[in-house]
Design a protein around this ligand. Sequence first.
Ligand SMILES: [Zn+2]
Length: 261
Amino acid sequence: MLLLIVCAAPWAGAEEKTSDYFQSHAVFVDLDGCGDPRAEEFCKFLAVDYRPWTQEERRRVREALDPVSSAPKLSVLISDFKKNGIKEIVFLRVYDDQDSAGSLVVNDRLFIYLRNQFFTSKSMYGTWSEQSHALAHEFFHAYAHFNAPQSYFSDPFWTSLAAATSWGYPMKTNANIVKSELNAKVRERVSLCKSGKFQEAAALDLEYSRPKGFPSLYSMTQLGEYFAELGSFLAHDEDMASALKPDVRAWLQEHQLGSLL
Ligand SMILES: [Zn+2]
């Protein structure tokens, strides 16, 4: 009972700062496969190899979370999680070599699962880490979950963003993207990363995507990823805002995200 009161104290505090909220609501859950009862509802979505966290992995996630939770530009986003009743941001360790991170909101919990690549990716974008970028990216997916409850084929949040950024039905196509060219650039970027040339990979990425008005190569793959990349880069990269077209800036203002500019 005492433990419950102690645990609930930061959540109940009216004066709690949004950065404190992040720190006090980020929990690491150790799972040993889908057989663990705590994984049950989440395993319906993603049945993979869950493992307990190592101390070093926890330390690295905390380190990456710091710039995210302390970034003033993210306060709107963090308040939005609080407003939507998120009680915990649950970090799960998924042991495989697919992708880097993913997220899902189940009831009042935001689950963020981090895979092997999350820990091996090297920083490409200057002073903040690839890991901070990946975490902010997942937080923006969660923001979209609350602010666009319907699919992006019909929700005004998505259709208005699509209009501002030239995405057309079925939203995976964009008038400003030549798919074959994009795929070739993505392959080139992956190969640079594999040979440890991270600065070159970042340069290739941004030199191609930014003049076309996109945050990154990955943001050119579909509208949902565009939004998550847009938010993450606006929070961390001071060159992002000036690369945006007026329609996108207007869209951000209309959706209470003007503080990111
Ligand atoms: Zn994503």
